[in-house]
Design a protein around this ligand. Structure first.
Ligand SMILES: C[S@@+](CC[C@H](N)C(=O)[O-])C[C@H]1O[C@@H](n2cnc3c(N)ncnc32)[C@H](O)[C@@H]1O
Length: 213
């Protein structure tokens, strides 16, 4: 009979406390900058597990997260990533910096910055070409020119064969990403608050890309 390991009640209590703390941080930040923060509730385990529990995350030597917020997705990614990997987390809302700095993991570099400056931030932090880019940035609230420029820079910096994962309430991002990456794999997470879709694109390997020309 297969053995399933249940989290202890102490672990469950600590997870609940940390979720409640993140919920308060997100609510406070949302009250000051609702359009930018774009959510009143931290990401649920239904969402964070869908994003983090993937082969591409487990194998990655570097991951970039755009819009980590209070760090729920960040912790989930770190829980799956290799011991020798790096995670650069770029967050525009300065109020989340304390929460991100509380994640004491040497693999993590949290910084306050704008996803629109992705190329420059990668160069400055010597991260090279990431294997995976995860984004919670609310593309539907951005101007089309800024949204398009961010997705173009994601495509440019991502390693060939790399993965772009974006979790969104609306599907505007598909309009910007599809011309570059092709059609996404889309999975609805109905039990997240709010329900949203995780879009996944893979950048073609260089040889496939030139064959497709
Ligand atoms: C949906 S929330 C992220 C939720 C978070 N990952 C979690 O686990 O709870 C979107 C985040 O994107 C951030 N954001 C919005 N515009 C941004 C931008 N241009 N660059 C970086 N972060 C941005 C917001 O401040 C917010 O924290």
């Amino acid at each position: 009979m297969p053995l399933t390991v249940q989290p202890s009640s102490a672990t469950q209590t600590s997870r609940a406390t940390s979720f409640a703390k993140q919920a308060l941080q997100v609510l406070k930040a949302w009250m000051k900058q609702p359009t930018q923060v774009a959510t009143i509730c931290p990401s649920s385990p239904f969402l964070t597990e869908n994003i983090a529990e993937r082969e591409c995350v487990r194998c990655a030597s570097s991951v970039v997260e755009l819009g980590p917020g209070a760090g729920g997705t960040t912790s989930a990614l770190l829980s799956q990533m290799r011991p020798d990997s790096r995670l650069l987390a770029i967050e525009k809302t300065a109020a989340f910096m304390d929460a991100l700095q509380e994640i004491t993991d040497p693999r993590l570099t949290p910084l306050i910055g704008d996803a629109a400056d992705l190329i420059e931030l990668l160069e400055r932090n010597q991260i090279g070409r990431p294997d995976v880019i995860v984004s919670g940035v609310p593309f539907s609230s951005l101007s089309p020119s800024v949204a398009k420029a961010i997705v173009e820079s994601v495509y440019e910096v991502l390693k060939p064969g790399g993965t772009f994962i974006a979790y969104q309430v609306r599907s505007d991002i598909d309009d910007y990403a599809r011309p570059l990456f092709g059609p996404p794999h889309a999975k609805l997470i109905p039990l997240n608050l709010p329900p949203l879709t995780v879009f996944t694109w893979q950048k073609l390997e260089a040889s496939n890309a030139s064959n497709a020309d």
